[in-house]
Design a protein around this ligand. Structure first.
Ligand code: G4P
Length: 515
């Protein structure tokens, strides 16, 4: 806590727990979410969350994505109280492609719960999401789910996490019984037995547990708060979401040691959560939540202080003032007006396109948060319009969807039709379907000669000279920043060698340069 902190404000902030659940499909994320919400008193939500799980089965067709989105949009943030804390659970997008959307959501959390299927261990998508968390050293709590089924041995699971993710593990609970006889957990951190039914002292499940614990205590590290906070050690919980075993162990642990809102790096300084001045960072935009109104919701994480309804803020990218009249809290299917929100909370701010991903809002200070990057796309396509009459509409729609982060948009400087860039092909399907559904514009995609895009920086005169001699390979991105398009890795390397004064970036980060 900084010296300037107001104690009331500090009290609100330290009880915030903002987290996401990461997992491979089918490991039980939906079921665990539902049980967590139930434990947090939001029982009525269970049905809605379930519906999402069922829809997932036909995820490959767009309608399903759209419906899925319908649900996940409103439940992008789920806020509930538990154990004296205010939890904000941020939903990571359901689709399997790596997407910037997922990355951005993970930039807005203070910790993540990694759900692992006890029979399958670490799977692809878990590993990918874990790596994204690691980039920012996000503290990770592990929940090994489905212990009520045939599972791998707990020692083997702990070992697999440690070796395959290069992450220290320490058991926080230990399973009592296995598969059909799995009945509860022993809480190593508090020395408490939690079983669904009372067990006799002589129960063989207890005997087995004691023997295993002896081994575990001798062989495995103890929980170390510092190491956890640094993202180097994960406490591991065993459970069964479906049987509601281990769910409160997990929540109690997040209350006890889940990180409260962290400091956020800005261009010139780092902002701590308990500073009295309100600051917020927009990490996600969702357009057309209501197809009848072209409204857009910017999801902003409050990074410091307290936001109150009607507050007049400074939008630091444009320097203009921005009044927040209708900030919203999300509660699964419901949205309701937020009268106040504190650092760690996520609010939805309706706007007509003023707010963009990466934008900072403050009470007046001119700062810009860093850490919400754009990644160079791996696939570049030219957009082909089915009906030439709709060119103007397409242009507008592409800008809106690019602002939302669906695709990246590059406008070639030689006036050629726009090029869209994506990291995964699913994004192209989403673009095509949303253009049709929300804007009535039919499109196809043509290949381009380009396969790489790089943002360029350097001395102004060098950039100008470079641009002039490479006009047909230059484009502007949504922020009018120059982008060089290369036809191959070979050409990229050659261009770099020939232009030592220019830097080529595959990540664009607001405020700071990354090579
Ligand atoms: P996901 O969001 O990570 O994709 O997983 P989800 O919760 O949808 O769970 C995937 C499947 O695993 C579901 O079964 C769910 O019921 C089951 N499951 C989740 N947690 C547990 C658990 O602790 N133990 C057991 N045994 N199963 C669990 P399904 O047959 O695909 O769906 P449903 O018919 O149950 O709806």
């Amino acid at each position: 806590m900084s010296d300037t902190a107001n104690p009331e404000l500090g009290k609100e902030i330290v009880r915030r727990r903002t987290f996401a659940i990461i997992s491979h499909p089918d490991a039980g994320k939906t079921t665990l979410t539902e049980r967590i919400l139930r434990a947090g008193g939001a029982i009525q939500l269970a049905g809605n969350v379930r519906a999402k799980g069922e829809r997932r089965r036909t995820r490959s067709d767009w309608m399903a994505i759209e419906r899925d989105r319908g649900i996940s949009v409103v439940s992008s943030v789920m806020t509930f109280d538990y154990g004296g804390c205010v939890f904000n659970l941020l939903d990571t997008p359901g689709h399997e492609d790596f997407s910037e959307d997922t990355y951005r959501t993970l930039t807005a959390v203070d910790s993540a719960v990694m759900v692992i299927d006890a029979a399958k261990g670490i799977e692809d998508r878990t590993r990918k999401l874990f790596e994204i968390c690691r980039l920012r050293d996000i503290p990770i709590v592990t929940f090994i789910n489905k212990m009520d089924r045939e599972a791998q041995d707990p020692f083997a699971l702990l070992d697999e996490i440690a070796s395959s993710l290069a992450l220290d593990t320490c058991p926080a609970t230990w399973p009592v019984g296995r598969a059909a006889t799995f009945v509860g957990t022993y809480d190593l951190l508090n020395g408490k037995l939690n079983t669904l039914t009372p067990l006799a002292e002589s129960d063989e499940r207890l005997t087995q547990m004691r023997e295993e614990l002896e081994l575990a205590e001798a062989a495995l590290p103890e929980f170390d708060r510092e190491s956890f906070d640094a993202g180097h050690l994960t406490p591991v919980f065993f459970g069964s979401a479906i049987k509601e075993i281990g769910v409160t162990d997990l929540l109690d642990a997040l209350v006890a040691f889940g990180p409260s809102p962290r400091a956020q790096a800005a261009e010139n300084r780092t902002v701590t959560a308990d500073e009295p001045g309100m600051t917020a960072l927009v990490f996600k935009i969702q357009a057309n939540m209501d197809p009848n109104h072209r409204d857009r919701i910017a999801f902003a994480r409050i990074c410091s202080g307290r936001l109150t309804r009607g507050m007049k803020l400074r939008h630091t990218r444009t320097g203009k003032s921005f009044a927040v009249h209708t900030p919203q809290f999300f509660f699964a299917q419901d949205r309701h007006l937020a009268e106040e929100a504190f650092a760690g909370d996520v609010v939805g701010i309706p706007n007509h396109g003023t707010l963009r991903i990466g934008d900072t809002l403050t009470e007046g200070e001119d700062i810009r948060f860093t850490g919400v990057p754009h990644f160079a796309p791996e696939i570049l396509r030219r957009v082909r319009l089915d009906d030439a009459m709709k060119a103007k509409k397409l242009k507008q729609a592409l800008v809106q969807l690019a602002e939302e982060g669906v695709v990246q948009l590059f406008r070639p400087q030689d006036g050629a039709p726009p090029i869209v860039g994506v990291v995964g092909t699913l994004q192209l399907d989403v673009l095509q379907a949303r253009l049709r559904a929300e804007y009535g514009v039919g499109i196809g995609f043509d290949s381009t000669p380009f396969s790489l895009a790089r943002w360029i920086t350097g001395p102004r005169d060098k950039i100008e000279a470079f641009t002039a001699s490479n006009r047909s390979a230059m484009a502007d991105d949504l922020d009018d920043d120059p982008v060089f398009l290369a036809t191959s890795n070979f050409m990229m390397r050659r261009t770099e060698e020939q232009n030592p004064d220019i830097r080529f970036h595959d990540i664009k980060q607001i405020g700071i340069e990354i090579g």
